[in-house]
Design a protein around this ligand. Structure first.
Ligand code: ADP
Ligand code: MG
Length: 388
């Protein structure tokens, strides 16, 4: 990566390398922007950025994945406008840094990522957080403020009204642990997972073109639900505040679609807490059951699944050693995550790939979800994977 950087930006450059991981969310989907609970794991799939100061006041950003070099004036970052391209992620972060009072000077950035993009494993937050670290270039910055700043970049500049989960887990991920995040208090606790199990993500290879607008629709529908429920329970400020019992009492007052969206969120928040409980007791059957309930709720109430995701979940549930499976991430394509016994992993991989190929004539990419550390500077450069 250093060699590639020097080839592009000059042989005497001394870049530092920063890493930010993607994530897989075990349970708690679409709950983050409703200020509820989520349970993601940071992955060893990550975005790496090699960065060094430039001498001419230019911010140059090269993406190896896109094979595109883009150039901006560092002095214009406060007023630069989004262009609806991949550069909006690093530029949005640069703009938020400037707004936060961090001087962003000219720099050369080279991006290399092993997070598949648009697959629900959060390549966008990995890009935002690694960009922030690269532009900070070793300056101290409060980790929670960093996650919030990257979320603002995606909301304000990219224009996605996302919750905090992806940026938060990319910053706060820990090896060997899942992280239960309270998206209102912005606190978290580490959740040790039972021994002898694995989580495997299977990529449908589908990226739905309309997922952005559907996501915005869901955000609006949840706001409409809050408005309707507030009329009865004035203390309710987000769906996080609504207990399943309260919801049962008010559901009939809401328009049908809005009620179903809200029912997903209210039941999903409860499932995150039950899943953490089941995990603490080593109750694998219970964990698996909650994942499947989550999927059905996303499929029928929240309506963010698709035929490919549903197929992968159903196919997984028929295989040996599998406890549960669900779509993960925003939906409309991307990945499923499956909980299974570790010894069952090799045969699971082979069988699920074969079943998916037979059904859709596409080979799914499969990733083992090893809980990894959150973002930081890479000191041992030999640990950076090549993209080959
Ligand atoms: P997800 O976060 O699930 O991967 P998003 O749609 O939120 O999907 O983000 C994907 C977008 O992030 C890509 O379309 C691209 O604009 C940007 N992106 C992610 N990784 C890279 C990369 N390595 N190089 C350039 N752009 C990237
Ligand atoms: Mg994303």
């Amino acid at each position: 990566m250093i060699a590639s950087f020097r080839q592009r930006f000059g042989p005497s450059q001394q870049p530092r390398v920063f890493r930010a991981p993607g994530r897989v969310n075990l349970i708690g989907e679409h709950t983050d922007y409703n200020l509820g609970f989520v349970l993601p794991v940071a992955l060893d799939l990550a975005t790496y950025i090699a960065a060094a100061p430039s001498s001419d006041g230019k911010l140059r950003i090269y993406s190896e994945d896109r094979q595109e070099l883009r150039e901006f004036d560092a002095s214009s970052l406060a007023t630069v406008k989004p262009t609806r391209e991949w550069t909006d992620y690093p530029l949005g972060v640069a703009q938020e840094l400037v707004r936060a009072g961090v001087p962003v000077e000219g720099a050369n950035l080279l991006i290399r990522s092993t997070v598949p993009d648009g697959s629900g494993l959060s390549s966008s937050a990995a890009l935002e957080v690694s960009s922030a670290l690269a532009l900070l270039a070793g300056r101290e910055f409060d980790p929670l403020e960093l996650a919030k700043l990257c979320q603002r970049a995606e909301r304000n500049f990219v224009g996605m009204p996302c919750g905090i989960m992806d940026q938060y887990i990319s910053v706060f991920g820990r090896a060997h642990s899942a992280v239960e995040i309270d998206c209102r208090s912005l606190g978290h606790r580490l959740v040790k997972l039972p021994d002898g199990i694995a989580f495997i993500a299977v990529n449908t290879m589908v990226k739905h073109a309309h997922s952005g607008s559907a996501y915005r629709d869901r955000v609006r529908e949840c706001a409409a639900a809050v408005e309707g429920i507030e009329a009865v329970y004035p203390d309710v400020q987000s769906l996080r505040d609504v207990s399943p019992e309260q919801f049962a009492g008010v559901a009939s007052r809401l328009p049908g679609v809005v009620a179903r969206r809200a029912r997903h969120i209210v039941t999903e928040d409860a499932r995150v807490n039950r899943f953490v409980e089941a995990s603490a007791h080593g109750d694998l059957t219970g964990m698996g059951k909650l994942m499947v309930e989550s999927h059905r709720s996303l499929q029928h109430d929240y309506e963010v699944s698709c035929a490919e995701l549903d197929f992968l979940v159903d196919a997984a549930l028929a295989l040996d050693g599998v406890y549960g499976s669900r779509m993960t991430g925003g939906g409309f394509g991307g990945c499923t995550v499956t909980l299974l016994r570790t010894e069952a992993a090799p045969s699971f991989r082979a069988s699920i790939a074969r079943a998916y190929e037979r059904q859709f004539a596409v080979t799914p990419r499969i990733y083992s979800c090893e809980p990894s550390e959150g973002a930081g500077e890479v000191k041992k450069l030999e640990t950076i994977p090549s993209l080959a």
